[in-house]
Design a protein around this ligand. Structure first.
Ligand code: AKG
Ligand code: FE2
Length: 303
């Protein structure tokens, strides 16, 4: 349940829990501010009322229920990930099941990092497992900046580190490209290579053919998964107690729908591209020759 203001929360949240949840969110504000002050103080940065919104633009509270599971090893629970945003505050019962990975230096690359800290603070990887004997409840509050907020490493930290490890970006752009558009890079690269005038060789034709096949199936898989996620976001799934998220995230769902449509258009383009590259490859092979009849002719000639 996302909360940007009280009216929105009261309109959209389930009546059974909205007053308690709103109260909990409001009382958490002081704790969030204190934690941020401590984190920023550690980096030599001061937090004042005028810049607090840069960090606490939006709060979202989830209410997770993990039912008992006869074979916990066969379920995912919550898969390993690190949270995005400013901070996550977790309220949980005494059952346990949350595993947080202790970060190792060698393991740091590609893991979540607090960009403001220029990579000094990490977002720890974690996962949740269910148990066969006890169900579990957890209530995380996800604190994040406003979508329009510009994010960059603090100048004070950059000055100390001598280098800015991240460029400035808008938080919404980061969220939108979180799952990456690897095919953009591939399309650009193959367009550049194809544009360079060079004789078309067999290894080159095979490379394009195989890469086009791989990319086509990868994008098709991604489109199928995104459609499934979008369906769940629209309809929810009462059997596994997933509520429909689009009521609270209408803006996100509109963008996600547009993005799924674009992905399917991309799939179509890649299907055409695969056809073109397979045509270019297979026209290089000669048509089969009828050797039997040729042999007879030769024999007749010599005779
Ligand atoms: O349920 C928990 O303990 C944590 C859930 C979690 O990691 C998440 O929702 O991001
Ligand atoms: Fe998490």
């Amino acid at each position: 349940m996302a909360c940007t203001n009280d009216d929105e929360a009261l309109q959209q949240w389930p009546v059974e829990c909205r007053d308690d949840a709103l109260q909990y969110l409001k009382t958490s504000h002081q704790m969030v501010t204190k934690l941020l002050e401590a984190l920023l103080g550690n980096l030599g940065v001061e937090l004042d009322d005028s810049n607090i919104d840069a960090f606490i633009g939006k709060k979202m509270v989830n209410m997770n229920f993990y039912p008992t599971c006869p074979n916990p090893e066969l379920t995912v629970g919550v898969g390993r990930h690190s949270d995005m945003g400013t901070l996550t505050i977790l309220l949980q019962d005494g059952i346990g099941g949350l595993y947080v990975k202790v970060p190792e230096e060698a393991d740091m690359e590609n893991k979540g990092e607090w960009i403001w800290s220029n990579g000094r603070n990490k977002s720890a990887e974690h996962r949740v497992r269910t148990t066969s004997t006890k169900s579990r409840v957890s209530i995380p509050i996800f604190v994040s900046p406003q979508a329009t907020q510009r994010i960059a490493p603090f100048p004070q930290v950059v000055e100390k580190d001598g280098v800015a490890r991240y460029r400035e970006f808008v938080f919404a752009d980061y969220m939108n490209s979180f799952f990456g558009n690897a095919h953009d890079g591939y399309s650009l690269l193959s367009a550049v290579i194809a544009a360079v005038p060079r004789p078309s060789t067999m290894p080159r034709a095979w490379t394009f053919f195989l890469l086009d096949q791989i990319l086509t199936y990868l994008i098709l898989g991604a489109a199928a998964v995104s459609t499934e996620v979008l369906y769940l976001a629209n309809k929810g799934d009462s059997a596994i107690t997933w509520s429909a998220a689009c009521g609270s995230f209408a803006g996100f769902c509109h963008k996600a729908t547009t993005s799924v449509i674009i992905t399917f258009v991309t799939v179509l383009c890649y299907v055409v591209l695969s056809l073109v590259s397979s045509y270019r490859l297979f026209t290089k092979f000669d048509a089969p020759v009828n050797y039997t009849s040729k042999t007879i002719e030769t024999t007749v000639f010599h005779g």
